[in-house]
Ligand binder design. Sequence first.
Ligand SMILES: Nc1ncnc2c1ncn2[C@@H]1O[C@H](COP(=O)(O)OP(=O)(O)OP(=O)(O)O)[C@@H](O)[C@H]1O
Length: 555
Amino acid sequence: MASASLRNRPSRFILSNRVSVKPDERKRKAEPTHGMNRTEANIPQSMWRNRRSSSRQDDQAKGRFSKNEKLDPKHMRMAQSLGVISRAQRYEVQSEIDKWVSFDDFDLLPSIKEGIAKGALKGLDTTEPSPVQKLAIPVLTGQTTRRRHKQTINDKNPYETFLIAAETGSGKTLAYVVPILDQLKRSEEASRKNDTAGTNMEKDPAPKAPVKELFDLEIPIVEPKEDKENHGKPRAVILVPTSELVTQVASVVKSISHVAKFRTTMISSNLTGTVIRNRLFSGPLDVLVSTPYLLSSLAISNPKILSKCTHLVADEADSLFDREFIYLTTSIIDRAQALKKLILCSATIPKSLDNRLAKFYPAMQRLVTSKIHTVPRRVVLSVVDVHQNPYRRNKLLACADTLSQIAKEHSEEGFVKKVIVFVNRRESTTEIVSFLREKGFDAANLNRDTDDRRNTSVVDYFTGPKVSADPEAPMLEKMKVLVTTDIASRGVDTKTVKNVLLYDVPYSTIDFIHRLGRVGRMGKRGKAVLFVDNDTNKAWVKEIKKSMFLGGPLL
Ligand SMILES: Nc1ncnc2c1ncn2[C@@H]1O[C@H](COP(=O)(O)OP(=O)(O)OP(=O)(O)O)[C@@H](O)[C@H]1O
């Protein structure tokens, strides 16, 4: 059994610091002019230690760093981390982003623009595209072509590949949904025009009826059957790792589809076989949102299900290309023989995935914002040591006390305060919920073992709009607490949640980013509280806090 100290150690899963760089450009690092625009030397820590022994070099270094910075090896590491995206790349990304102001600047069909304004972003004060949308939409629609990134389609690269990587809550879903819907609509209109042209051609020379011979057989006139050729064959497929995300992403697609008229459906394991069959095969289908498990098993019984798929998205790509899913994901991609665009999307790109993608898709175009792997500075992280007084190792008490302090705060006046408590193990959720309920909190748990239907309604509540609170109700009744595992940390759009508690120290920086990413979404403010004890790697926590304070990536 793993000891407590082992459990609290950060995992060896390391975030990539070269996500935005194409594999062939990485080699250029050896060029003598590389890194001339750096403000900090990119010296490995080991070399830095050797250098300190030399007084001459030490003197040189004195000129470059202030007294504290020079002596702090952690700061050296930070300086290297901040060099993740070089100034030139950052400048390039920023200048591309700055070209666009509103959705009207994009070369999108009017029905899609209407779908964004009246559907996806309905009721929002601002409807300006977010930075990742400004970066991805023009490239994915073909409005901007960067010669350096041009992908040649040939036998080796039969389709274009893209990686959208940006910080949590930055609007990545719309960044891929909008161009896909636009392209589907355009190809639909093009084929309709072709059909009309074909019909007109047929009309012109009226075919002569063949002269009937005396003993000619009467051929029965077959009524044209309803064209079932396209039933159950979506033109675009969006893969996400969990059923909760299936519902969420499908609702974004539907919000545009209602206005722009698309046939969208979603399937997940909590639906019965009959419902899934009806949704898939009752008519032609434009967009399908599914988990890889379900779609790959359907593809075995219906081998043609992916035959019309021209656009495929793997959202939360770091999950869909990890050991659990990679076989399913790649088998789905391989079955899509008509594929034109493969889009991978994620808020975190671990080094292992980055290397795998560089190997699988060397020509992949990387649409990466400079804030990748950062937690918005609007999110404030505080740390509570449960070993200290007044908690004396009682973590449950520390959690309840923190929650009651949040309940007392004069924030979110008139609305129910929604708080999420993240734990590492699903068994802990039940224990914490029963303790909190004993203390009078309105708490619910959510993990892989809880009932699917109840999960859906809980997720709906926490991802839904603000809920008015009864002004007469007692303080604790104006707060809802969700105790959950990572199931609710990836991609779940908890836009009205202002507080998260990290009851357990996350296993990796990646988990940190996703859990903290449930607050501070799309420019909002948020607070996070992390509970630590004597087994926690406090140096690591300190570094994370520092990176957050500096607005740098958590590496
Ligand atoms: N242009 C926009 N203006 C205002 N709000 C937007 C815009 N685009 C998206 N949003 C809103 O921002 C929120 C976050 O969007 P989304 O879920 O796509 O983020 P994300 O980057 O995929 O997050 P995560 O990494 O956690 O999956 C959603 O509530 C969405 O409605």
